[in-house]
Every structure is written in structure tokens, then in C-alpha cells.
Design a protein around this ligand. Structure first.
Ligand SMILES: C[S@@+](CC[C@H](N)C(=O)[O-])C[C@H]1O[C@@H](n2cnc3c(N)ncnc32)[C@H](O)[C@@H]1O
Length: 213
């Protein structure tokens, strides 16, 4: 079984219990919401890996055009239920972050919470996000991290996540390599084990003829 099929099965199995389990940890919700102030006030917003859609419900209530893309049909079904219960709608798409089924430069903001660490090829995913982002658009990413302050508990937690198959990375370095500028990088939460990274696609690309118009 390839990586994609393995992860899809894992998240499909988790889907019915993931939302109820997280509701026992209100701080999880607060961690995910750290991404919200960095998104543009309007425009088209893509959430990658929404899981059962707790944050996506907030996005769908706030923005006229939202899309949620997830590998797992089970997670998307949970997200759909949550949206329906709130009388909201959004574009729900099954797909893989490393091959986004969208045209170039069609989103103003992209958000991922605790999803990036689940994607084996982080560089490919960031390159895809940079492709579908409009110039000036942002990626707001919240995930578990091995913090730079060397907190020992957080370091141990990071090794634990890796044992469960997650990938701890330097998201800012990957964003810079994809041509994005870093607007924010902040470690917070219990033991500084959560990191918010915000990357922005430059408004004017090098070699862009619009510079001379
Ligand atoms: C740990 S859950 C996070 C859910 C939610 N965003 C949160 O903050 O609790 C990870 C989610 O990412 C999705 N996912 C994992 N790999 C993915 C990929 N390559 N492309 C798209 N979604 C993916 C999973 O199906 C799952 O819904």
C-alpha cells in the first residue's frame, strides 16, 4: 500500500472519533485559531487537511468563498455534517496536498492546522501551495514542532509525534525555498510545542512584466 492510501485509511478510521476527542481539549481549538488573524479579511480561502472541520466552520461563516481539501473521505464527511448543522456550505474536495487540483493563483489565503506534519513530502506540498496562491496571498500554518528554545518536554513530544508517523520540520525554510517571504514565526502553547508560520507570496515576482507596465 502506498503512503497516500495508508494515510487515507488511517484518517478514515480516525474520522468518527477525532472531532469528539479534540473537543475534550479546548486548547487545541485555540491553537488552530492562531492562524485566523493572518488570513486576508476577504477573498478565496483554501484549508488543507481540515479533518472534521471545526476550524473550517469558522472559515465558511467568515468568507464568501472557501474550499476544504482533505485526503480522507471520512474526514470530509464529518466536515460536511458540521457545516450542514451550522447552515453553512463550502467546496469540499478530496485530494492530496502535493497535487492540488486547482489552477495557479486562485486563492488569497491557505490555512493548515496540524495537517502539514502528516504530509510526507513537505517541500512538494509547499511548492503546490505557492503555485495556487495569488501574489500577495498568505499561507498560515499551525503545527506541532521541536522548538528552537530546546524545551526538553517539547523535544520529547516531537520525537513521539515522529513515532506516530508525523514529520517535524522547519516550515519557514521550506516556504522560503518556495519563494515566499516569512511574515511570522512564533512558538507558543504548552512547552512551546506549537509553531505558527506565516508565509507570503511576493506581490511582484522577479521578471514580472507588470513591474514595468
Ligand atoms: C491531524 S488531522 C488535523 C485536522 C484539523 N486540521 C485539526 O487541526 O485538528 C490531519 C488531517 O490532514 C489530512 N491529510 C493528511 N495528509 C494529507 C495530504 N497529503 N493531503 C491532504 N490532506 C491530508 C488528514 O486526512 C486529516 O484530516
Amino acid at each position: 500500500m502506498n503512503d497516500q492510501a495508508r494515510y487515507r485509511r488511517l484518517y478514515d478510521r480516525l474520522a468518527p472519533v477525532y472531532g469528539p476527542a479534540l473537543s475534550l481539549f479546548p486548547m487545541w481549538r485555540r491553537y488552530t485559531e492562531a492562524a485566523l488573524p493572518w488570513l486576508p479579511p476577504s477573498g478565496a480561502i483554501l484549508e488543507i487537511g481540515p479533518g472534521p472541520g471545526a476550524l473550517h466552520r469558522t472559515l465558511a461563516a467568515r468568507y464568501a468563498h472557501t474550499v476544504a481539501l482533505d485526503l480522507s473521505p471520512g474526514m470530509l464527511a464529518q466536515a460536511q455534517k458540521r457545516l450542514q448543522a451550522a447552515g453553512l456550505s463550502s467546496g469540499l474536495v478530496r485530494g492530496n496536498a502535493v497535487r492540488l487540483p486547482f489552477a495557479a493563483e486562485c486563492f488569497d489565503g491557505i490555512v493548515l492546522t496540524f495537517a502539514f506534519s502528516a504530509i510526507p513530502d513537505g517541500a512538494a506540498a509547499v511548492a503546490e501551495m505557492a503555485r495556487v496562491l495569488r501574489p500577495g496571498g498568505v499561507i498560515a500554518l499551525v503545527d506541532a514542532c521541536d522548538p528552537e528554545n530546546g524545551n526538553r518536554v517539547a523535544h520529547w513530544l516531537a520525537r513521539l509525534w515522529e513515532r506516530f508517523g508525523d514529520f517535524m520540520r522547519d516550515e519557514a525554510a521550506l516556504m522560503r525555498a518556495a519563494g515566499l517571504a516569512i511574515d511570522e514565526k512564533r512558538e507558543f502553547g504548552a512547552f512551546h510545542s506549537i509553531r505558527l508560520t506565516v508565509g507570503r507570496k511576493p506581490s511582484v515576482q522577479v521578471g514580472d512584466s507588470r513591474r514595468f507596465a
